[in-house]
Design a protein around this ligand. Structure first.
Ligand code: ATP
Ligand code: MG
Length: 429
């Protein structure tokens, strides 16, 4: 099996060459190799290397920065692209895990033991995510049977599914994401382990689960991924509110809205918008409570301050138990509170110039379509100007951690820095 090396971001080759010139092995790994083999241009690149973080820093100097405690890696900035470069690691042995203070030996919470490339492959989650690509030699390195599984479109856990899921229950979501995204099937033992261990997802730290939720929303397959989570009984434990409402009228509306949003993401209308994703999930569930007390209810809620306060509270309850960062809470509320404006006869400047206008308009159009409203009657509301579209798109693309705008693309590498669930009573990750 070959991959199309033309699809690789050129900076990846420069980064790897510079490490190689300094005597270090360095390879593309993980989702980027998987995507390239599927003919998809990767959005980000995971780079794995034999160099320690300090050695990587020596090569790239001020273009690099060591980050993370539980999973130390290096951010390297090249040609305006940010890459995360991580050192080959091995799976900590059971002795190492059990002798750590407070560790029950099942869940991995730290992953800083360096190892060889082949050890690095087996500590990864699925065979399709554990292949390496050397862009200098145009060579794929597959020690776990990933190529065969990609061809068969199968998600297969490396090692014992139950053990590896118990080590890190976020892997449950990661497996289901591959099913939702690519239509892969789960290897039967993995499928059975997921059903059995579905409740364990609730043991993972809320911040890691929320990060996964945002990653699900970043793909054009959010509706199918949530559907697969529901099918395997994982949604009940991952996001109980969504699971409870799944088959209600609001749940059906939510799924249809998400499907329309996914089609637009797939068409490349916008790359990632966390805000629009969260507002799309919330609209159908939160909408009814925004109308409470409206004397003359129109098709949507009023834009009053009271409605906005109710919206804040309703969103908080809907997203429980997740700690939605404040900037995303505010933007999600803004999208919902802009929506009734589209019934005004004249476009209002403060609405059209609002940073969330583009997303409010988008969501409103999806809702209008599903409700059978005549879209023509809203045609006087312009599409956002290209400039504001670009601005709000970048806001949407920024990671939840920094919350900032910025127009750098992030190429993230070896991502296990959040490895392992939060131990009971431990530090949030
Ligand atoms: P994408 O970035 O397209 O969502 P990905 O597979 O690259 O998918 P990342 O979160 O970027 O996902 O992780 C990079 C790689 O790190 C994975 O491909 C996998 O090899 C490894 N990895 C990530 N999370 C885990 C985990 N929880 N357990 C084991 N390996 C993991
Ligand atoms: Mg990745």
């Amino acid at each position: 099996m070959k991959l199309d090396s033309q699809k690789i971001e050129p900076m990846v080759r420069s980064l790897i060459s510079r490490l190689a010139e300094n005597g270090h092995e360095a390879l593309v790994v993980g989702g980027a190799v998987r995507d390239l083999l599927l003919g998809i241009t990767p959005k980000d690149y995971d780079i794995a290397t034999s160099a320690t973080p300090e050695e990587v820093r020596k090569v790239f100097g001020r273009q690099s920065r060591i980050i993370g405690r539980r999973f130390r890696l290096v951010h390297v900035m090249l040609g305006g692209h940010l890459f995360e470069v991580s050192t080959f690691r091995r799976r900590p042995s059971i002795e190492e895990r059990t002798t750590r203070e407070g560790d029950d030996g099942v869940m991995i919470w730290s992953d800083n033991e360096y190892g060889t490339r082949d050890e690095d492959a087996v500590r990864r989650d699925f065979t399709v995510n554990a292949m390496y690509y050397d862009p200098l030699k145009d060579e794929i390195i597959d020690t776990v049977g990933g190529l065969a599984d990609i061809q068969a479109r199968v998600v297969r856990m490396i090692g014992e599914p139950e053990v590896r899921l118990a080590e890190d229950p976020v892997r449950l979501l990661r497996a289901l994401k591959l099913v939702g995204l690519f239509g892969f099937t789960l290897e039967p033992e993995l499928a059975a382990a997921i059903r059995k261990l579905a409740p364990s997802i609730a043991l993972s730290s809320k911040s890691r689960c929320f990060e996964e939720l945002l990653k699900i929303l970043a793909k054009p397959s959010a509706a199918s991924t949530f559907a697969v989570c529901q099918e395997y009984g994982v949604l009940d434990h991952f996001w109980p509110n969504l699971a409870t409402g799944w088959n209600s009228p609001a749940g059906r509306l939510m799924r249809n809205l998400l499907q329309l949003r996914d089609e637009r993401v797939a068409a490349g209308v916008y790359s990632k918008s966390q805000t629009l994703g969260l507002a799309t999930l919330a609209l159908a569930f939160v909408g009814p409570s925004l109308r409470q007390g409206d004397e003359n209810p129109g098709p949507l809620w009023s834009t009053s301050r009271e409605a906005s306060l109710r919206c804040r509270e309703a969103l908080r309850i809907f997203f429980e138990p997740y700690p939605v960062p404040k900037f995303l809470q505010i933007r999600t509320r803004e999208v919902l509170m802009l929506m009734p404006s589209f019934f005004q006869a004249e476009p209002q400047h403060h609405v059209v110039s609002h940073p969330q206008y583009r997303y409010a308009r988008e969501l409103f159009h999806h809702l209008a379509k599903l409700q059978g409203w005549d879209i023509g009657q809203f045609a006087h509301w312009p599409e956002a100007s290209p400039e504001s579209a670009r601005r709000s798109n970048h806001e949407g693309e920024a990671g939840a951690r920094d919350g900032g705008g910025g127009n750098r693309r992030r190429h993230r590498g070896g991502r296990n820095r959040h490895h392992g669930p939060k131990p009971a009573g431990g530090q949030p990750q």
